[in-house]
Design a protein around this ligand. Structure first.
Ligand SMILES: *Cc1c(COP(=O)(O)O)cnc(C)c1O
Ligand code: SF4
Length: 340
């Protein structure tokens, strides 16, 4: 066993910073959310019921970017549990990407050439109602570091893999100490060259981006790439913009992926503004995902034909590098499928 596994939970707690307090103070009670945002009382009961299926979690800093008394706020729609989630459209399932079929070890998914993905945690700082892993069986995946060894050994055996994606849940809900041990263990695998962190925390819990985290990522032997997840320009305000800037200024490559969502960003104006805000901070729009058909998210779906027209419109308005690739994840395909 290497020394990474000796990180104890007390060591993890000792580096508890302000972001961990922000996370603990996130709103989890739909009634509180509705009260704080002056939303109609009629939303309470549906929210309570939908939250039984997939809990409400929203950090207060995200709440500050939502307009009060506005049931159609594009940020609110991403987090408010609603009655629409119970309308299970056919063809919407619990495992829309057939991820259970590409699980090669506990917590390790291998779907594409050269890359593998670690489901590092089931926890997020925010619960996005459209999340394609909202019904993922996280309980089956590793939690302690020693439980990761089978996945690490599988990575060691497969020399075709050069990049490991840390996903989840959100890998940045792990403490810096925990992340560092994971990164060190990965760095010990010679054929790995890059580590990619898929995270929504710089957007929804910006104080997570601390110097220690940046220092750790910069000093790893592995080249680190950060892929954040913002869907609407209003998300990229205040402290969120500062965090993205800090990541970019440190020299890390920072990309953004979005999900095309009805009522949130199904408009060329919104998508163009989002791209503008991102590239102004040095963040490159990477993917615009067609919604994955997960149970409970049918009401967010935008027809592919409309998505294509939106991208077409973006091409007229923006520099080429500011137009994300419009893609769909299809089970069994060798890469994400471009929709143009
Ligand atoms: C999306 C995804 C990747 C990364 O794909 P890129 O096109 O390189 O961004 C890797 N593994 C899995 C399982 C994925 O779902
Ligand atoms: S942050 Fe990502 S993984 Fe977490 S709920 Fe949102 S979409 Fe899902």
């Amino acid at each position: 066993m290497n020394e990474n596994t000796s990180v104890s939970s007390t060591a993890l707690e000792s580096d508890a910073g302000s972001w961990q307090r922000s996370l603990a103070q996130a709103i989890r009670d739909p009634n509180e959310l509705i009260r704080l945002l002056d939303l109609p009382d009629s939303l309470r009961e549906p929210a309570r019921r939908a939250a039984e299926q997939f809990g409400l979690v929203v950090p207060r800093s995200y709440l500050a970017r939502i307009e009060r008394a506005c049931p159609h706020d594009p940020l609110l729609l991403q987090i408010l549990p609603t009655a629409s989630e119970a309308h299970g459209a056919e063809r919407f399932t619990d495992d829309p990407l057939a991820e259970s079929e590409c699980r090669v070890a506990p917590g390790l998914l291998k779907k594409y050439a050269g890359r593998a993905l670690l489901v590092t945690t089931g926890t997020c700082a925010i619960n996005c109602r459209y999340c394609f892993r909202r019904n993922y069986p996280y309980g089956l995946e590793p939690s302690g570091l020693d439980e990761w060894e089978p996945a690490m050994r599988a990575l060691e055996r497969d020399e075709s893999i050069h990049e490991v994606l840390l996903s989840g849940g959100d890998p940045l809900v792990l403490s810096n100490a925990r992340l560092e041990s994971l990164c060190e263990r990965l760095a010990s695998i010679e054929h790995l060259a890059r580590i990619r962190i898929h995270t929504r925390l710089p957007i929804v819990l910006p104080d997570r981006v601390d110097e220690e985290l940046i220092g750790m990522l910069k000093s790893s032997r592995l080249t680190a790439i950060i892929v954040v997840h913002a869907n609407h320009p209003n998300e990229i305000a205040f402290d969120c913009a500062d965090s993205l800037k800090a990541l970019v200024d440190s020299g890390l490559t920072v990309l953004n992926q979005s999900v095309l969502l009805r009522g949130v960003n199904d408009s060329a104006d919104v998508l163009a503004q989002l791209s503008e805000r991102l590239v102004n901070l040095g963040v490159i729009p990477y993917y615009l995902h067609q919604l994955d058909r997960v149970t409970g998210a049918a009401h967010f779906e935008v027809p592919v034909e409309q998505g294509r027209l939106l991208i077409e419109e973006l091409r007229h308005r923006l520099p080429g590098y500011a137009v994300p690739q419009y893609v769909q994840e299809r089970p069994g395909e060798l890469h994400k499928t471009p929709l143009l």
